[in-house]
Design a protein around this ligand. Structure first.
Ligand code: 13P
Length: 257
């Protein structure tokens, strides 16, 4: 069985001091929940302190982005080795980066390859706009994003990574996808295309998260879906209580507690 994973994407929230305080406030409660991987993804400047704080525990740290070049004249960017010094995970291709920072499918693919080359586990984000959904284009859009992101990777590499289905209309809006709509895209689109392209073993192993307005009160129903292996949580990951509740709801939904 795939081990579920809940990752908190703090986005551009929390200074280093605020971030360590948040992790301190929830660490014991998170560690008490069995059989769910728990990851926090602070902004870069909070990563070193948070990573030192959780060292030796089962909690994981992820970055929110990286650049694909190894080093050099790329002002403002952070290299894969710099991320790998502190993190095990890295979010790649978040819709906010695609929308505000002009990230392309090609760049996403380069970043994934760079992350894998440095032993990082990428959390790759895909998802459609409301306009595309209303036009009935969710399925081809998400399929094409997955195909483009994974271009040139081996079945083993694909099997080891995490794909987050985050419908853009559900992010930060309080309007989560229904559990069955989320399951349909995670299973019927993302896992299906991975099976077609990389084989059934990769499809069985790859972990697929849902993201978009996950809260304590809708997490259990969403996480109970067979093709949803966890969540990428934005707003509700900024408070200890709601993040812990979502992790607990996931363990309940999967029958661990
Ligand atoms: P919200 O949980 O705030 O909707 O954000 C989801 C998200 O974008 C996580 O990456």
């Amino acid at each position: 069985m795939r081990r579920p994973i809940i990752a908190g994407n703090w986005k551009m929230n929390k200074t280093a001091a605020e971030g360590t305080a948040l992790v301190q406030a929830m660490m014991d409660d998170l560690l008490a929940v069995p059989d769910v991987d728990k990851v926090v993804c602070p902004p870069f400047l909070a990563v070193p302190d948070v990573s030192r704080l959780i060292q030796g525990t089962e909690l994981g740290v992820g970055a929110q982005d990286l650049y694909w070049e190894e080093s050099g004249a790329y002002t403002g960017e952070v290299s894969p080795a710099m991320v790998a010094e502190f993190c095990s995970y890295v979010i790649i291709g978040h819709s906010e980066r695609r929308e505000y920072f002009h990230e392309t499918d090609e760049g996403v693919n380069k970043k994934i390859k760079a992350a894998l080359a440095h032993g990082l586990t990428p959390i790759i984000c895909v998802g459609e706009t409301l306009e595309l959904r209303d036009q009935g284009k969710t399925e081809p859009w998400v399929r094409d994003q997955v195909i483009a992101a994974l271009q040139g990777l081996s079945a083993e590499q694909v099997a080891s990574m995490i794909i987050a289905y985050e419908p853009i209309w559900a992010i930060g809006t309080g309007r989560a996808a229904t559990a069955s709509d989320a399951e349909q895209v995670c299973g019927g689109v993302v896992r299906a295309i991975i099976g077609d392209l990389y084989g059934q073993e990769a499809a069985r192993s790859v972990r697929i998260q849902y993201g978009g307005s996950i809260k304590a009160d809708n997490a259990e129903e969403i996480m109970a879906q067979p093709n949803i292996d966890g969540g990428l949580v934005g707003g509700a990951s900024l408070q200890a209580k709601s993040f812990v509740e979502i992790v607990r709801a996931t363990a309940r939904a999967k029958g661990f507690i």
